[in-house]
Ligand binder design. Structure first.
Ligand SMILES: *Cc1c(COP(=O)(O)O)cnc(C)c1O
Length: 361
């Protein structure tokens, strides 16, 4: 097998140890003579697996007892409509912060169900993308909740702080930031994320929701989206994505073996510093996100001469550096360096960037 470093934004690479374990257990899971994907979700072994995965996630994120952990269908985007439907009884409008394409997508979907007010959005100042001064933000004290996206996967814009909403519940789309850094769950009413960045295969999503928010759904909310029903049925109201749940469980075990979120955060910080250091110190590359908002997970960069983009991508691919093309809305390059990306992958990318500049700068 040829070895590559896979910088895909999502579905993203999974830890090699996890993939090898899944391969080993593929046909015969724990001596049951069949794959875990061929087993009833109501069977004892699967229920034990589901409980262990849930508890491991609770341990990793120090999730307090008064929060429910739900494993649901429909990815991150599924929650763009599940959230406004489930929280409808809290009020007729919600506040949204827009920092990139995913938070913008959440506004569009939420507007189907309620008034989604944009509190503030990112601005370009001297060609640098940043947030306007917080005194200019327009919070509504009667909002049902405040929604934001701590890490914008497409734009590479990450916030490491939670805005002060004066008691309005905070809802966060953590699809590409969950488990990458330490968070204080108590600051949030609800956290959700699609799995395919830092948790496992696509399709699955995780919802962490305070118990006071699970019975606020409008009556016509589809049953499979209702947090109260999902919680009451231990995320098995209907058949859950069992194989994805199994793989998520393996990823949680792997994270615990790495020493948990503190250790993985330190590793992520080191990887990001190395890559941004190269972007800032070399002449050919640039990133235009304000330094305090630079993402540790998704690092977009542009070449000073965009006519070299095609050659950069082609030669990177030949060097075993895969999926570096930027999102079509941003252009240039994007290196996604989630938890599973080893430091060696970022070192290889940085060496390639230096080399490419020498040959073409
Ligand atoms: C990937 C992503 C989504 C969408 O996830 P899907 O599973 O494709 O619905 C939503 N929000 C963010 C921040 C993402 O990174």
């Amino acid at each position: 097998m040829s070895h590559v470093f896979n910088f895909s934004a999502g579905p993203a690479m999974l830890p090699t140890e996890v993939m090898l374990k899944a391969q080993k257990e593929f046909l015969d899971w724990q001596g049951h003579g069949c794959s875990v994907m061929e087993m009833s979700h109501r069977s004892k072994p699967f229920i034990a697996l589901a409980e262990k995965a849930t508890n491991d996630l609770r341990t990793l994120l120090s999730i307090p007892k008064d929060y429910h952990v739900l494993f649901t269908h429909g990815g991150g985007r599924g929650q763009f409509s599940a959230v406004p439907m489930n929280l409808a009884l809290l009020g007729d409008s919600a506040d949204h912060l827009v920092t990139g394409s995913w938070s913008k997508g959440a506004v569009k979907e939420a507007n189907n169900y309620q008034q989604a007010n944009v509190v503030a959005q990112t601005v370009v100042e001297n060609n640098i993308i940043t947030l306007p001064d917080r005194s200019t933000w327009s919070f509504n004290p009667d909002a049902a909740y405040f929604h934001f996206c701590p890490n914008e996967t497409v734009d590479g814009f990450e916030m490491d702080w939670v805005p002060d909403t004066q008691g309005v519940p905070v809802v966060a789309d953590m699809s590409s930031t969950i488990l990458s850094r330490k968070i204080d769950i108590n600051q949030y009413g609800l956290i959700y994320g699609g799995a395919q960045k830092n948790i496992g295969p696509s399709g699955l999503s995780v919802v962490i929701v305070h118990e006071s928010l699970i019975d606020k759904a409008r009556d016509d909310t589809p049953s499979i989206l209702r947090y109260d029903l999902i919680a009451k049925n231990d995320s098995m109201y209907n058949t859950p994505p069992t194989f994805a749940w199994y793989l998520a469980g393996l990823v949680f075990e792997w994270l615990l073996e790495q020493g948990g979120v503190d250790n993985i955060e330190a590793a992520n910080k080191q990887k990001a510093e190395l890559l941004y250091g190269a972007i800032d110190n070399l002449d050919l590359y640039s990133n235009n996100i304000a330094s305090e908002y630079r993402s540790r997970m998704n690092v977009p960069f542009h070449l000073a001469d965009p006519t070299l983009d095609g050659m950069f991508l082609q030669q990177a691919e030949q060097a075993g550096l895969k999926a570096l093309k930027g999102h079509r809305s941003v252009g240039g390059m994007r290196a996604s360096i989630y938890n599973a990306m080893p430091l060696a992958g970022v070192q290889a990318l940085v060496n390639f960037m230096k080399d490419f500049e020498k040959r073409n700068g």
